[in-house]
Write a protein that binds this ligand. Structure first.
Ligand code: ZN
Length: 315
């Protein structure tokens, strides 16, 4: 059976592009690795943040749209996105988040301590220390590689049918169930990043898609051949995967699992350096070839944004 290496990326909806960049790049220190548009709705940005190279397992993406109504985190969504930070860096992050006025709460599950907080749109984010996983060499302001977010630790799924979702993780994606603790069922992959998935087993309110919620979670496929095999096995098992779509930076398919969460499977390559040099990722608005002729019109329709280092408020 095919096994995913873990999370490829997570995509969410937010209201304001600059506020989004300020939080994920300015406060959390991730690199804006791609500034493009939503291929299905070209007048909306698609912003990608990750480690220095924007490797699979580190990338969170956003569709910032001011008119988007506020959603509610709940069933049939990814409820919490978890990041891993280097061993011993919790204190740095607690202080940093506090200095930006972000309220942080601590919790423990599976013997790990989590710092949980909400981003400016209400998305729930967690940080957990882990020794495994390569360091992130991207330097942003005061955030150096000894404390920088390495990538996803994992995600917590708020499924409408936890048992059905568990089946998909095990029998289709090839994750291994590692146990249950504090109302969560845990799965893991063999990778060292984006590799730990929890399913919340206790009741959750009904979710509403909108700003401040996750739109979908994508799982890693090595290449297009593997993606095609996944498509075939999804069809065989009675799911309705989409055709394979060209997302420029990867190829992908989408399907709804029975717990209602939108899953994507995406190829590791070609990656974000396919249309601009690695040293300049995220600086320029990148458009797919078929939209290049509309560059002027689209640029005018999109809000102006900048990547900026933010100063902590000293007490
Ligand atoms: Zn996606």
């Amino acid at each position: 059976m095919q096994k995913t290496a873990g999370i490829h990326h997570i995509s969410a909806m937010v209201n304001d592009a600059q506020r989004n960049i300020d939080f994920y790049a300015g406060v959390l220190g991730l690199r804006l690795v791609k500034k493009t548009i939503n291929f299905d709705r070209p007048k909306v940005y698609h912003l990608y943040f990750g480690n220095e190279k924007g490797e699979p397992g580190t990338v969170i993406t956003f569709f910032p749209w001011e008119k988007q109504l506020k959603g509610r985190i709940g069933k049939s969504q990814v409820g919490v996105t978890s990041y891993v930070i280097p061993h011993g860096s919790s204190e740095f992050w607690e202080k940093r988040l506090h200095s930006f006025g972000v309220k942080v709460e601590g919790s423990t599950r599976f013997g790990e301590n989590y710092l949980q907080f909400a981003d400016p749109d209400g998305l729930l984010i967690e940080l957990a220390e882990r020794k495994e996983g390569p360091i992130n060499t991207w330097q942003m302001g005061d955030i150096n590689p000894s404390v920088a977010i390495k990538g996803f630790g994992g995600a917590t799924l708020f499924s409408a049918q936890p048992n059905k979702t568990a089946e998909v993780l095990e029998n289709i994606l090839g994750l291994t169930c590692v146990g249950e603790d504090a109302g969560y069922l845990r799965f893991s992959s063999e990778e060292q990043i984006g590799n730990v998935i929890d399913i919340k087993l206790t009741p959750t309110v009904r979710g509403l898609m909108g700003a401040g919620t996750v739109h979908h979670i994508a799982w890693r496929a090595k290449d297009e051949e593997e993606l095609q095999q996944w498509r075939a096995s999804l069809l065989e098992k009675g799911y309705y995967p989409t055709e394979i779509k060209d997302r420029n930076y990867f190829k992908a398919l989408y399907f709804h699992e029975e717990g209602g969460i939108l899953f994507e499977i995406a190829t590791d390559g070609p990656g974000f350096a396919v249309d601009e040099p690695l040293s300049n990722l995220g600086e320029k608005l990148m458009l797919p070839e078929w939209l290049e002729e509309r560059r002027e019109e689209l640029t005018a329709a999109l809000p102006k944004v900048e990547i900026r280092v933010l100063e902590e408020e000293k007490e």
